[in-house]
Design a protein around this ligand. Structure first.
Ligand code: PRP
Length: 183
């Protein structure tokens, strides 16, 4: 069946959400800090958001990336999140902000927090552009938009079968056989 894309957030709406989050981060992380906070983007989906957020922030930040996947065998969604590329920077004693495109079931964030906490940062905050109510027990510090339905979302770094990451806007995608777990 042909896929149908429906606009969810325009470039302007995304930019507004990114700016609001940046102001919240600036408010929380202002003060006499000897070292800047580290934004850690979760690849691949958060590569665009991390880039935009880093440029929107009016305070210096360092930027790193981790890469995870929740794909299992034969590209089927899995309950196990694999860290394909862990953090390479020394985050000991540093304020870290984990930057996600979407907190869906919360598995990726849960896995990554454990990965980061082992490296003794001063603090770990969670920042996500989109958040679903299904993200049990995950309290994100910064949320762009809460998504109340379970539609599958693409664009602005997010994919369906590796496509649509390059779209500057966010879209929901059908067919209806495609669920939010259908990665
Ligand atoms: C997606 C998305 C988040 C994660 C959220 O990544 O980009 O990182 O799933 O899902 P969760 O909260 O249920 O764990 P995916 O594993 O599809 O990899 P990708 O970012 O490379 O597309």
């Amino acid at each position: 069946m042909e896929e149908k894309l429906t606009l969810l957030m325009s470039r302007e709406e995304i930019a507004k959400a990114v700016a609001r989050i940046a102001r919240e981060i600036e408010r929380d992380l202002s003060g006499n800090r000897t070292e800047p906070p580290i934004l850690i983007g979760v690849l691949k989906g958060a590569f665009v958001f991390t880039a935009d957020l880093s440029r929107e922030l009016k305070v210096p930040v360092e930027v790193g990336f981790v890469r995870t996947t929740s794909y299992g065998l034969n590209d089927l969604p899995s309950d196990k999140v694999s860290i394909i590329q862990g953090i390479e920077m020394d985050i000991r004693g540093r304020d870290v902000i984990l930057v996600e495109d979407i907190v869906d079931r919360g598995l990726t964030i849960t896995t990554l927090i454990e990965h980061l906490e082992e490296r003794a940062p001063a603090s770990v905050r969670i920042c996500t552009l989109l958040s679903r109510p299904s993200a049990n027990n995950i309290n994100s510090d910064y949320i762009g938009v809460s998504i109340t339905d379970d539609s599958f979302i693409v664009g602005y770094g997010m994919d369906y079968k590796e496509r649509y990451r390059d779209l500057p806007e966010l879209y929901t995608i059908t067919p209806s056989t495609c669920t939010h777990n259908d990665k």
